[in-house]
Design a protein around this ligand. Sequence first.
Ligand code: FMN
Length: 197
Amino acid sequence: MSTLFVNACVRDGSRTEELAGFFLDRWKDEVREVNLQRENIQPLNGLTLTLRDRLVEERMEDHPLTRYARDFARADTVVIAAPYWDLSFPSSLKVYLEAVSVCGVTFRYENGVPKGLCRAERLFYVTTSGGPVVRDFGYSYVRELAVSFYGIRRTERFCAEGLDMSGADVEGILAGAKGEIERWFERNRKEKGGAVV
Ligand SMILES: Cc1cc2nc3c(=O)[nH]c(=O)nc-3n(C[C@H](O)[C@H](O)[C@H](O)COP(=O)(O)O)c2cc1C
């Protein structure tokens, strides 16, 4: 089993990355990280869109334009870490999702309806915010893509909220979010008789 860790954290000392690390330590699977700061994936343009279509037709999934989608489709679990930026997430994650949403690799159309081609059953989304989160458009969007396009039906979100509010007890808030992660593992271990599946 292998977990794909999509790291969309930006800052040194990122609290989101810390929270995701806490989760991954407990998840205990082989983890392969895609660090979006290092990858520097470019948005599609007219040329690369045409080229990508041709690569998919010719089943050339080792090319930089198709391999993110291939790796995403093959992962057994996906974990995304993304700070809450401008009511959603950093644009590097949008560009990554654009690179992953390849018809013929992560999904296909059946009578105009997308059908998922991804192996993963679960997607975890880890985030932290500076203020209160009224609506997390980032998670809603990722969840909809996961369910409707990729065929990943089970999604879960962990969040440490309000870290930049004046007087915020940052360590206390993070400890609270870690406690939630611990409880999630306890619940799921109980349900599954020891192992998280
Ligand atoms: C560019 C940018 C946009 C942000 N937008 C929001 C926002 O819309 N709402 C909010 O509550 N916090 C916002 N924040 C604060 C971050 O969500 C908060 O600092 C978060 O914990 C950052 O995560 P990190 O420690 O992993 O970098 C923003 C921060 C940055 C740098």
